[in-house]
Design a protein around this ligand. Sequence first.
Ligand code: NAD
Length: 489
Amino acid sequence: MPTAQTASNEGLIINGERTNASDAGTFEVFDPSTGKLLARVAKATTADVKRAIAAAHAALESKSWGGLTPADRGRILHRMALAIREHAEELADLESRDTGKPVRQARTDVQVAARYFEFYAGAADKIMGHTIPLGPGFLDFTVREPIGVSAQIVPWNYPIQIGSRGVAPALAAGCTVILKPSSEAPMTALRLAEIALKSGLPNGVLNVVPGTGAEAGIALASDPDINQLTFTGSVEVGVAVAKLAAENVVPVVMELGGKSPNIVFADADLELAAQGVANAIFQNAGQTCSAGSRLLVQNEAHGILVERLVHRATNMRLGPGVTDPDMGPIISKRQLEAIEGYVEVGKLEGAIVVAGGERPKDPTLGEGYYFKPTLLDRVSPGMRVAQEEIFGPVLSIITFDEVDDAAALANLSVFGLLAGVWTRDINKALALASGIKAGQVYVNTYGAAGGVELPFGGYKKSGYGREKGLEALASYTQVKNVCIRFSQA
Ligand code: NAD
């Protein structure tokens, strides 16, 4: 594993072995805090992906995995959770270098990853069917069988969390997995698989094929031998991936983008709301699918809330993730430029920059891809900065007057991932919770630690299918109905 000074060489993990790509190709991974080389990683080819799928099928049929009791599967997952905790500091350091996120956040991500394995370890032997009453002479029951080989394509923003979010329930259900991390941040997915092997996960149950979307991603999504696909990423790529899977009638879970609102009423605890709103947009430098990137604030509270947000935004310390700043860099130069472009669009549309809006001028930040925490005020709902996912530390502030306006404004989006409601009035809270079209609604909070136990997924273009919680197991199982007619003589 790399240290701050040396770049490491990383292989693919197929059938329990570290291996080079079939054509010996590699790609480079950079530390976004410094722009320096972090690692050279084997770049999976289509042939490698096919090898990984074959290994996953063999493991599925093997005694050492397919033949295990659910309780034994659960024990292995439990050992994985413990091993992740034992390696927590090393994993957090690696995640911080690979993504640029503050090491404190990376530590949380690692604990959440461990929690996924712990949670689903306990669920492995509780995946039950039903008996269905058909009347005298019949016994009818259902069983939930593993769906088979699960292909999982994940983004760069929360690699270990999102990787574990899909892998843990799939393994609990008895599936095997091919995980394709993003080429921007593949490091902890590889380490996770190594830890899994040391914890007793049999060869071929979890394979990791880092590579590009254009080759490894397409090869995985279009392969007729996968049985299920979980995709987490942008809408554009998600649509392309879903079309490929549809050709083979492979079911998909789509976890896509968002433009989630935080709705603050004048009767809210405004200090609590300011803290929640700031954290929801600036965590991971806004590179979070569930970022609270729209603030819908009741006119009476606008002045005081914006003042508090400006105070928070302008006092945030930026720096390399491993120095544990308040906010780290953006993942790449390309993403940084995209964010800058959006701020310019917002200004042209008439938004007012009340904090940030530019790269920091601090020379100590060197070649890192930093952008200041940014507040765009006087945004109107139709503007591009109110509609499109910026995926950076940029909050678009919109005002409203009436309770009914708030729900309508919240729903004025092609997305529907999360929403936060801040009020002391339970009636308003419940009216909004019912009126908002989103997969999760939070009241006087935004997120609940890792939220491992809570079903998570999108309405509208934020996707379909649910991850997290017991709900996720549905995606990794298929229901078989067995109907028996018997004689009652
Ligand atoms: P992306 O869509 O560019 O890439 C996601 C993954 O897909 C990567 O592994 C990439 O290599 C792969 N990929 C790219 N092109 C592909 C293709 N043609 N075929 C198959 N695979 C391909 O997304 P990103 O930039 O890595 O991440 C940011 C996006 O992810 C944002 O839109 C964000 O909202 C979304 N996201 C959603 C969730 C969620 O749970 N809903 C979580 C995190 C991120």
